[in-house]
Design a protein around this ligand. Structure first.
Ligand SMILES: [Zn+2]
Length: 328
């Protein structure tokens, strides 16, 4: 299977030569200083590339530092939630026949239904994007878990907002006497489904606390970690080359492996240490994992690891529907 390494933040594929630029830089600098043997320096850089790119087909991508502050993401989230609620208000106005877009000249009920559906879809889109910004902000600056209840509310704000963005409309739809029966049923079902999708896509299934992030940063200072674009864990070791298979089982099957420091991993949503890596590589790195956020129980065998890998791959598809699967 062809593997590729991708930069963490944008998921764009990078050519191996690019991803190794960083490693090659010191070599190049030395060459510039002496300004004598650029060709040799380039050769050296090539050999560095070989070291970073473990497998010819696997894309290894360097993580980009996160842009923007947690406050910026939070402001964006609230702005989008405000837009979502505005769309809900427009849907309610359509239901009350105060604002109906004339999609067709004929049937008034059809126009009401289409107007409601249009604003429900916009409501859903704004609310889901808002929740993703909120989750991103919580990776950059997590909340303390000292107060478990507040920690839960804070991380699941997206679910609460999903309820606010749809429940008033759903209640009014159920109570409405201005719609005929068929229109009422269709509009209500659309609104309920939209709420469920928004809630599932907005929930934070892998929250991290300020304490856990601090612990991970302290333990893994200066250590390169690895992750797959679709997973929610970071890993400690990637195969040295195709034949040794001395790295983490999970990484082996991924086309793309992103590497960076643990900060970058967490900010990309990789909030916990892989249990396989915790069991097999933590000791050689001298890590104390007792206080770290380690994903799940230790897999007993590679077969288990394989199953977990599949779970992680499922998440690659993203979206609301599969979000619930990873609940433990
Ligand atoms: Zn691992």
């Amino acid at each position: 299977m062809a593997q590729k390494l991708v930069r963490a933040s944008d998921g764009k594929e990078t050519k191996p030569a690019q991803s190794v630029k960083k490693a090659a830089e010191p070599v190049k600098k030395a060459a510039e200083e002496t300004a004598k043997k650029p060709a040799e320096a380039a050769k050296k850089a090539d050999s560095e590339v070989q070291k970073v790119v473990k497998k010819p087909q696997q894309n290894m991508v360097e993580a980009k530092p996160t842009k923007g502050s947690s406050i910026g993401y939070r402001i964006g989230a609230f702005a989008l939630w405000a837009l979502a609620i505005t769309c809900e208000v427009f849907a309610i106005m359509a239901l009350l026949k105060n604002f109906v877009i004339r999609f067709s000249k004929g049937n008034a009920q059809t126009n009401i239904l289409l107007t409601i559906i249009l604003f429900v879809v916009l409501d859903l889109a704004f609310a889901i994007i808002a929740a993703q910004l909120w989750k991103k902000a919580n990776r950059i600056k997590p909340m303390s878990e000292k107060n478990k209840f507040l920690f839960y509310l804070w991380n699941e704000l997206g679910v609460i907002m999903a309820a606010i963005c749809f429940i008033p409309l759903i209640i009014l739809l159920l109570k409405s006497d201005k719609l005929d029966k068929k229109t009422k049923i269709i509009a209500t079902i659309v609104a309920i489904v939209a709420m469920l999708i928004t809630g599932a896509a907005s929930a934070d299934y892998n929250p991290i606390s300020a304490e856990q992030k601090e612990e991970a940063e302290a333990q893994l200072e200066g250590v390169t970690v690895y992750w797959t674009p679709g997973g929610h864990k970071y890993h400690l070791k990637v195969d040295t080359d195709e034949n040794t298979q001395d790295g983490c089982y999970y990484l082996r099957r991924s086309n793309t492996v992103v590497y960076g420091d643990v900060d970058e991993a967490i900010e990309s949503g990789k909030t916990s240490l892989c249990s396989y890596c915790a069991a097999h590589f933590a000791e050689e790195l001298g890590l104390d994992i007792s206080k770290m956020n380690v994903e799940g129980a230790e897999p007993a065998a590679d077969e288990n690891a394989g199953n977990n890998e599949n779970q992680e791959n499922n998440q690659d598809e993203g979206g609301a529907e599969n979000g619930g699967e990873e609940n433990k």
